[in-house]
Design a protein around this ligand. Structure first.
Ligand SMILES: [Zn+2]
Length: 298
């Protein structure tokens, strides 16, 4: 059976000059992998790659015994038909950076679908083009379900793209929130997603959807995370097993379906530095326990 690969998102708010300390801390916490958000550093400017910066990050990343994955930078909007070429350039440059830094897969966001068919067509076509480009470098694109949208739209899109290297990033926390909001059964949803899953985000919350996320995104963004966590408002990115998402059941269901990809613990990690090791150990222990139970015939 494949080794268990558990990662965390790249330590938030790390200054470029402190990448070494950040990665050493990830290694010391026992994680096997790191997911870099491509807008954590100015690797792209105006759609074009800043090679000097990319080489700097590469030299740092190469020093540590970690696998690396990527998360698309904030703000990519492939439904933006007015700036379509710029948006596509950012995605293409992101794929080039993944190839240069050995980041694989690259996580993309589905966000919310548009009622305008022209925008949905542009969105789909840009992803088909990107998948074909990424395939040249052996990179997998994994599109993530966001809590603001019905997950079945993500599955439909993956069907339409119809490329081997275009899969789903199952964000467990987002799915728990969206099924609550859209009134679907979480367990049914997980089972429907599983055949499409290429990458997993273990992200926890208190199962309480924050309506402001849909109704007034500008205001939502101004809400302090400490406040949102205290009151359990929406997508609060708690570490796995710190909230109410039935994580063990999800991990067991993924195991039953022979999922053998990476598990990224995607939490507000700057708030949990003393707990990184315990979070990693806990997830590993649960997955190992499930595997052992199944090996012994449950
Ligand atoms: Zn996620």
């Amino acid at each position: 059976m494949k080794e268990i690969v558990i990662g965390m998102n790249f330590p938030r708010r790390t200054a470029a000059e402190n990448i070494d300390q950040a990665l050493q801390h990830v290694v010391n916490s026992g994680f096997d992998c790191v997911e870099l958000n491509l807008s954590d550093f100015p690797l792209i400017a105006g759609g074009e790659i800043q090679w000097e910066y990319v080489r700097y990050v590469k030299e740092k990343f190469n020093k540590y015994p970690l696998q690396y994955t990527a998360h698309i930078g904030g703000g990519l909007q492939l439904r933006n038909i007015h700036e379509y070429d710029l948006q596509k350039n950012v995605l293409r440059s992101s794929i080039d950076i993944c190839s240069e830094l050995n980041l694989n897969p690259l996580v993309l966001h589905f966000e919310q679908s548009s009622p305008q068919l022209q925008k949905e067509k542009a969105f789909l076509e840009a992803h088909i083009e990107a998948a074909d480009y990424a395939a040249e470098f052996g990179i997998q694109l994994c599109i993530e379900n966001i809590e603001v949208e019905d997950y079945t739209k993500v599955l439909d899109m993956i069907e339409k793209v119809n490329r081997e290297n275009f899969r789903m990033t199952l964000d467990v926390g987002h799915l728990a929130l969206s099924t609550t909001y859209f009134g679907c059964d979480f367990e049914v949803a997980i089972k429907e997603c599983i055949p499409y899953v290429g990458h997993v985000h273990l992200n926890d919350n208190t199962l309480s959807f924050e309506e402001m996320r849909i109704e007034n995104f500008m205001l939502y963004q101004t809400m302090d995370m400490g406040y949102r966590i205290t009151f359990g408002r929406g997508d609060i990115h708690l570490p796995p097993f710190w909230g109410k998402v039935p994580m063990e059941w999800v991990l067991e269901t993924l195991h039953e379906a022979d999922y053998n990809g990476i598990y990224i613990c995607e939490y507000e990690n700057n708030l949990y530095v003393p707990f990184h090791k315990g979070i990693q150990e806990n997830v590993r222990q649960v997955i190992t326990g499930i595997r052992n139970r199944y090996n012994e015939g449950k």
